[in-house]
Design a protein around this ligand. Structure first.
Ligand SMILES: [Zn+2]
Length: 153
């Protein structure tokens, strides 16, 4: 029995189109980072990387990665994906006005900040929140106590 091979069409069939942004949001299994994951040809691959592969015929090799123009890790809309380095990703986020959102732990955004504060208000520990959002517990703490991201209500 051969392993199931995904196609561009099958990947897109597992997404929901977000009309306001054009994002195609992955609806199946996700990594803690928010990136969609799927088994393809016997191994686990990130859906945004697989989609990039279907579009361009190769996987970027580190330090180059498949990045999101829309900053939504779960989006696999081909036109929102591009090859770049992590540094470029951080610069893009800064250019988009999220300067104080960059932490060593990854890229934050106002929606995530609100979600983190909501989880904290619900009684989740900073450790739990850190794991859920892929950031450190001290970072989760700083965000929930409004030491960072004060401008987000
Ligand atoms: Zn998108």
């Amino acid at each position: 029995m051969p392993f199931k091979m995904e196609t561009k069409e099958s990947l897109l069939s597992y997404t929901l189109l977000e009309p306001s942004t054009g994002c195609r949001i992955w609806q199946r299994g996700k990594a803690t980072s928010g990136h969609g994951m799927v088994s393809h040809d016997g191994s686990q691959v990130y859906t945004h990387r697989l989609m990039f592969y279907f579009e361009h015929g190769y996987f970027p090799v580190l330090p180059m990665q498949v990045l999101h123009r829309c900053n939504d890790a779960s989006c696999i809309e081909p036109s929102h994906l591009y090859e770049g380095s992590k540094e470029q990703n951080i610069q893009d986020a800064c250019a988009a006005g999220h300067r104080n959102t960059i932490t060593p732990d990854g890229v934050m955004n106002p929606d995530k900040v609100r979600a983190i504060r909501k989880r904290r208000a619900e009684g989740a520990t900073c450790d739990q929140i850190g794991k859920e959002f892929g950031i450190s517990s001290s970072n989760a703490s700083a965000i929930s106590r409004r030491h960072t991201w004060r401008n987000v209500d």
